[in-house]
Design a protein around this ligand. Sequence first.
Ligand SMILES: [Zn+2]
Length: 160
Amino acid sequence: MTTPPPAAFTAAHPFDAAHPHAIAVYCSDGRFTQSVEELLAHLGHARLDTVTTPGGPAVLNHMSAAYADADVNTRAATFLIRAHHITEAVLLAHEGCGYYRAKRPSDSPEMILARQLDDLRHAAKALRRATPALNVHLYYARVAAGVVCFDPVALEKPRT
Ligand SMILES: [Zn+2]
């Protein structure tokens, strides 16, 4: 075994050449990152492919993002799913998302929540259209008593 050349930093975590079987699509907002990773580990996904962009699943829906952006992000996620034979996808939105506040400054928190839930479902449909065998799980993250709580979101909008 040859000794690797000296590096400025060497990670302790061993490299695993096998691709994970799951992908997570969520917002870049670093206030939620560790909690999201904790949820995903709890769901059995210690390793993941990720698509993290401001707004998370919002950028897979042309109703919330520009057409070109929605196209690029949907194709990016679809590439990973196909190339890495991914079978599970977890899509997450979060409370107080700056992407929505910037895009919809006059919307109430209730209107933004409704938009986020629509975007989650739209993103799920877009990914399943491209890869029909994909299992998709949706979550909404909110802050309560200083911790992040996750509520599952139904794939279909409940009839009221
Ligand atoms: Zn966000």
